[in-house]
Design a protein around this ligand. Sequence first.
Ligand code: SF4
Length: 341
Amino acid sequence: MKLFWPERVFFEQAALKYPLGEKLYKFFKDEGTEITLAPIQRVNSCIPGNSPVEKYSSGKRTLVVTVKKSLKFDICKPSADFEFSLVTGCPGNCEYCYLYTTQSSKPYIRTYVNIEEIFDSIKKHIDVNKDITTFEVASSGDPLSVEHITGSLAKTIDFFGNLDNARLRVVTKYNYVDPLLNINHNGHTRFRFSINSRYVIDNFEHTTSNFDERIEAAAKIASAGYPLGFIIAPIMIYENWKGQYRELLETLSKKLDTGKSTEPLSFELIQYRFTPTARNFIQERFPHTKLDMDETTRILKWGKFGKFKYIYPKETAAEIKEYLTSLITGTFPDARIDYFT
Ligand code: SF4
């Protein structure tokens, strides 16, 4: 896929005091990219766009280079002990992006340049009473989507490679892995590729790496000895869904050599779900969406604070779970299925 290139970049003054901020400023200036120095509070009003589609699309082509101010990390159960960010947002256009409800109508991408301060904070969050403390770096954005610009994930993997009692977890839909293959990661970073059938990726996950690119990237990560996993999400029912998910597992089995890591391959399985709020966003931003959001064919799943989402009926969910589980265990008998939800 074509690597992301922002149409405009905003720099906060404070970001220029850090080596990465200074480097990025010079880089974009030399490239002739539109640059604006502005506090983050002004960014939204400076991004063009009138209609919801224009605002969304302009935001996705805007990068903000800034400083991560809050260095107190949130708990990130069940995926990890803590989460931290190198990047917030992502240039991808997945119709059902999990970040919708946390973003403004102009979902710009933020990258943080105070990497050393983030590393200091990681050290402070390591629980000395535990053997291992785990950190998730992809809860609020896809760190690989801008890695070709920042190089921050490579530094973070190297940093974790030298920590005995901490592990890093990454999730991505991108394939820009080549610069990560020769890092001394020591098996301390687990990569999980968010993957799906061809139909789902091609129709709903715009401007992310495609089916073949993600699998090829996963194969490279496996060959470099990283612990590896897959998040198959969102799993959807459509014509020939079984054939296409079978193709996914068969392709993984042909392409992957998982023998270099001592840790088992992991799978996380998530059925398609939507909330009324997410459906409104989707219909506003992707008026021609092919997503099946017919609530009459779903049941309600209640969450905290009286919120609910639409999920497949119990029998359908059980069929998805059973089918995907049989594909995985039949293809990778030593793999671990962490959960189906
Ligand atoms: S890749 Fe992830 S973060 Fe980016 S748009 Fe898709 S779901 Fe959202």
